[in-house]
Design a protein around this ligand. Structure first.
Ligand SMILES: [Zn+2]
Length: 256
């Protein structure tokens, strides 16, 4: 089995202080660098929008970021202007070690449709080239990390499963937007349901990578590596989020 590491959108605009800041987004970068040294194939996605992209609230008079509109037949969350092609906000975080990145995949380049997944646009009409690249390289297993858990990471991981890759989410190397309470744990639950297995960066030192032999379960996930969500998620949020976020996320999780 050949495994690839997919780094999702580790760009300045998604970092604290950026146009679409993901809380603690920068904490993912050192983990990405560490893990990139243990994989021989590393791919990075980059949200890469034209200045008039349809996901920008600024292009829809009277609308605010966070509102949902119909964009050419698809529900679209409106965002602040972010990751505009060839601007500093679209650059990778300055601390990201690019020397390990074999291929950069641009997504969101069509102004008419967003692209959360690194594989396809949100309408699944056009491929970005990531699937073909991984296939060409003989990859059968994919480890996904980055930003943001509840949007681009989730869509990328779920598409990877659908394309037949054994897929792991490196859970501690992701951070979410959390637009609504409970969004982040719900996203993780959606990924598990789709067949994504959870792992953590500390488990991915080289010998452990070799020993992770997947046995797809009823939904294609690795049996035994995924504990029930209720026991698994809240403790992790406790480690990774501030108390306020924890409170709302756990509240949302219980209601869900
Ligand atoms: Zn975007």
């Amino acid at each position: 089995m050949r495994q690839a590491l997919v780094l999702v959108d580790l760009q300045n605009d998604f970092m604290p202080g950026g146009a679409l800041a993901v809380p603690e987004g920068d904490r993912v970068v050192p983990l990405a660098n560490h893990l990139a040294r243990t994989f021989d194939l590393v791919v990075a996605t980059q949200d890469w929008h034209p200045a008039d992209h349809g996901s920008f609230a600024a292009g829809h008079p009277g609308r605010q970021p966070g509102e949902v509109i119909d964009l050419h037949g698809l529900p679209q969350v409106l965002w602040p202007v972010h990751c505009v092609q060839d601007t500093p906000g679209a650059d990778f975080h300055p601390d990201l070690d690019r020397s390990r990145i074999t291929r950069i995949i641009h997504k969101g380049t069509d102004p008419q449709v967003d692209s959360y997944s690194g594989f396809y646009d949100n309408g699944h009409r056009h491929a970005t080239g990531l699937g073909d690249f991984l296939k060409e390289k003989g990859v059968t297993g994919v480890f996904v990390l980055g930003l943001a858990t509840d949007y681009c990471v989730k869509a990328t991981a779920i598409d990877a499963v659908r394309l037949g890759y054994t897929t792991w989410l490196v859970e501690d190397a992701c951070r979410g937007v959390g637009l609504h309470p409970g969004d982040i744990p719900a996203a993780i639950q959606d990924m598990i349901r789709a067949g994504v297995a959870l792992t953590r960066s500390g488990q991915l030192m080289p010998p452990e990578i070799e020993s992770l032999t997947p046995h797809p379960g009823p939904y294609g996930r690795t049996e035994g590596s995924v504990r029930p969500l209720q026991r698994q998620i809240p403790g992790r949020l406790l480690e990774e989020s501030g108390p306020a976020t924890l409170q709302t996320d756990r509240e949302g999780d219980r209601k869900a």
